[in-house]
Design a binder for this molecule. Structure first.
Ligand SMILES: [Zn+2]
Length: 208
């Protein structure tokens, strides 16, 4: 039972989306300073690293991270690989029969960007037509391998609005570099953050 960890390490080398709070572990207590234990405080954006977007990310009345369905976030997941370098379009997805796919993870060139602390604005995002295509095919969880499902600075954020508006959960910040396309068992467990628009998650795949 081999588990593949597709979450990125939360450390100082992690690229951060512009304007979001980078990951920081602040030492509060340290044995080396004579304290009784080591205790740290974590500061980071809820959209940092591998994380899940809640509907509230784009809809004030939308559900929060604590309310995300674990039944949806865990289960059979398919990984597909796309070589396009621009925003993914419906045409790029047309060759895949997605009728059985509730959970779809899209591997792209993005997975090679992890490990570089600088943010790459030219990452591959999901375009409007592809987002509509996924919703129309009944995909309920979409995972992408960089910090946003949206191509950088797309006016109106159509991918987020279409996916989250349809009740499709978005997982961002996956590292799929060492994952072959195919079908896996996915366990995606976001932190149970009440009232939050997103939540960091540990995501692992198991070959099924
Ligand atoms: Zn996000």
């Amino acid at each position: 039972m081999k588990l593949i960890d597709v979450s990125v390490p939360l450390d100082a080398k992690l690229a951060s989306y512009p304007g979001n709070t980078p990951v920081e572990l602040e030492p509060i207590k340290r044995l080396a300073r004579g304290d009784s234990s080591n205790v740290s405080t974590l500061r980071m954006s809820v959209h940092g690293g591998t994380h899940v977007d809640a509907p509230r990310h784009f809809f004030d009345a939308g559900g929060d991270a604590a309310g995300l369905s674990l039944d949806l976030l865990c289960g059979r997941a398919r990984v597909i690989e796309l070589t396009s370098r621009g925003p993914i379009a419906a045409d790029d997805l047309a060759r895949f029969d997605l009728t059985e796919d509730v959970r779809l993870l899209i591997k792209t060139h993005n997975s090679r960007l992890w490990g570089d602390p600088s943010f790459h604005p030219d990452y591959v995002g999901v375009g409007e037509s592809a987002a509509k295509h996924l919703v129309d095919r009944g995909v309920k969880v979409v995972g992408v391998d960089y910090l946003s499902v949206e191509a950088f600075k797309t006016p109106g954020a159509p991918a987020h609005h279409i996916l989250l508006g349809a009740g499709t959960i978005v997982i961002e910040g996956l590292n799929l570099r060492d994952v072959e396309p195919g079908v896996y068992e996915m366990y995606c467990l976001p932190l149970r953050l009440v009232g939050s628009d997103g939540a960091p998650a540990r995501v692992v795949l198991r070959q099924s």
